[in-house]
Design a protein around this ligand. Sequence first.
Ligand SMILES: NC(=O)C1=CN([C@@H]2O[C@H](COP(=O)(O)OP(=O)(O)OC[C@H]3O[C@@H](n4cnc5c(N)ncnc54)[C@H](OP(=O)(O)O)[C@@H]3O)[C@@H](O)[C@H]2O)C=CC1
Ligand SMILES: O=C(O)C1=N[C@H](C(=O)O)C[C@H](O)C1
Length: 252
Amino acid sequence: MTKIAICGALGRMGTTIANLVNEADDLMFVGGVDVNAGTLLGAPVVPSSEIRTFLQEEKPDVLIDFTIAHAAVENIIAASEAGVALVVGTTGFSPEQRSKIDAAINGSVPAVISSNYSVGMNIFWRLVREAASRLGDYDIEVIEAHHRYKKDAPSGTARTILEIIGEETGKTECMYGREGMTERKDEVGVHVVRGGDIVGDHTVLFAANNETIELSHRAYDRAVFAHGVIRAARYVPGKAPGIYSMDEVLDL
Ligand SMILES: NC(=O)C1=CN([C@@H]2O[C@H](COP(=O)(O)OP(=O)(O)OC[C@H]3O[C@@H](n4cnc5c(N)ncnc54)[C@H](OP(=O)(O)O)[C@@H]3O)[C@@H](O)[C@H]2O)C=CC1
Ligand SMILES: O=C(O)C1=N[C@H](C(=O)O)C[C@H](O)C1
C-alpha cells in the first residue's frame, strides 16, 4: 500500500486527487497540508507551518503538491529533507524558485514535476513540437483560457508550450497581448483569457499567407489531471533521486 499525502489538500485539485486516491485499492490517503487545518475523507489536514511534524508522524511514501508557487517551494524543501518522494503540479515558479526546487530535490528524493498531468496534453506537446519543427517560419500565437480563480499567468502549460516552440524554432521573444501600434515581428504572441469555470484550454496557432493551422487541447474536468497524478504517484516511489517528467511516467 502506497501512503499518499497532499499539500493543498482542500483546494480544487487537492480534493479531486484525494477522492481518486481514496478509490484506489493500492493507495491510501493519509492526510495533507493546507492554509487552514481540517479533515478530508477522515484524514487530518494540518496548517503548512506543521508540515515537518506531519511528515514525521504520517510517514507518507509520496507527497503531492498542488498549492501556489511560494508555498510549493517550502513544501518541496520539507519533503526532500524528510526523504519523501514528490509529485508536483503547482505552476507559476520564477526561475529563482525553480532553482531552489532543483537544488532541494537533486540527490535527495525522486520527484515527478509537470505543468500538466493530463495524458492528452502530454501528447499535445509532442504534436506542437512536430508542427513547430516544420512551421518555424509561420507566425505563431499561443492562446490559453482558464477559470476566474487562476492566480498565475500565462499558465504553466502555456509556458511549457513556449519552451517547446523556442527549442524547435529559435523564437524565444514573446509579446504578451497587444495594444496600440504593435507591428508584428518574429515574436510569439501569448494571449491569456480568465473567466467563469473554464478548466483549461490551450491553442497554438500557426499562420502564414492563405492558411492557418490550429492545434487545440481542452480539459473539461480536473479528473484528467488527477488521473495523471495518480499514475505519477504509482511511478515515483523507489526511483533514484532526481526529477522525472510525464514522458517517463507514461513511457512516451
Ligand atoms: N500540473 C497540472 O496538471 C495542474 C496544475 N495546477 C496547478 O495547481 C495549483 C493549484 O491549483 P488549484 O487546485 O486550482 O488551486 P486552489 O487554490 O483551489 O488550491 C490550492 C490550495 O493550496 C492552499 N495553499 C495555499 N498556500 C498553501 C501553503 N502554504 N501550504 C499548503 N496549502 C496552501 C490553498 O489555500 P487557500 O485557498 O486558503 O489559499 C488552496 O486550498 C496551481 O498552481 C495550478 O496552476 C492545476 C491543475 C492541473
Ligand atoms: O490552474 C489551473 O486550473 C491549471 N493549471 C495548470 C497550468 O497552469 O497549466 C494546468 C491546467 O491547465 C489547469
